[in-house]
Write a protein that binds this ligand. Structure first.
Ligand code: C5P
Length: 226
């Protein structure tokens, strides 16, 4: 039997990261924050002065990332690049914007594909992003696609950034998220789209605990995830 995978995809600010981390912890499974990989490529490229539209140079950056992820606290995560804690930096607006630019380059996606697949290890993996169910783990046992209204997503991201001390105005954030969603949905390579066999959950009116409960119940119905 293949190593089980639960994929959680959806647009920015929908709460994928929060629920994916809680579920990974509950199940005792590994966790893949694929968006962080694109963010780290953008951060590292900017640090090295690499043009964010130069696919070949970006692929080199993506191929030799010395990165590791640690889950801490109830739903926290620490991201280390070459041993340095870059957790706060990767959430900055510059890295968020950069991530969606580099993520449109096929060379970058190809360079990150093998690395993402390597996260699939026993006893199982919870993987979150934009193309987990469509491209990276098309054979996942359970695929979830989360949605929420654009207003609610901007509010959630605003609250999250404020809690991390990364203050930004709600209207500016809302506009940046719309731009990013537009770029992610319209790109040719692995656009943001629900897999045909994904179960869609509208989270606009749901709390984090309610979303986790919905996914937990769905997972119980999939024999090999139990
Ligand atoms: O999920 P997060 O907001 O951290 O993702 C940052 C960016 O990385 C997204 O806007 C998207 O462009 C890109 N991404 C992607 N495919 C994924 C995960 C993220 O293209 N699987």
């Amino acid at each position: 039997m293949p190593c089980p995978v639960l994929t959680i995809d959806g647009p920015s600010g929908v709460g994928k990261g929060t629920v994916a981390k809680i579920l990974a912890r509950e199940l005792g499974w590994h966790y893949l924050d694929s968006g962080a990989l694109y963010r780290i490529v953008a951060c590292a490229a900017m640090e090295r002065g690499v043009d964010l539209t130069d696919g070949a140079a970006l692929a080199v950056v993506a191929s030799d990332l010395d990165v590791s992820f640690d889950l801490i606290g109830p739903d926290g995560e620490v991201i280390l690049l070459a041993g340095h804690d870059i957790t706060a930096e990767v959430r900055s607006e510059a890295c968020s914007r950069g991530a969606s630019i580099v993520a449109a380059r096929p060379e970058v996606r190809a360079a990150l594909l093998t690395r993402q697949k390597q996260f699939r290890q026993l006893p199982g993996l919870v993987a979150e992003g934009r193309d987990m169910g469509t491209v990276v783990f098309p054979d996942a046992a359970l695929k979830i696609f989360l949605t929420a209204s654009p207003e609610e997503r901007a509010l959630r991201r605003h609250k999250q950034l404020n809690q991390k001390g990364l203050g930004v105005s709600l209207s500016a954030l809302s506009q940046q998220m719309q731009e990013r969603d537009q770029r992610d949905s319209s790109r040719a390579e692995a656009p943001l789209v629900a897999a045909a066999d994904a179960l869609q959950v509208d989270t606009t009116q749901l709390s984090v605990e309610q979303v986790v409960a919905v996914i937990r119940d769905l997972a119980k119905k999939v024999a090999y995830l139990r």
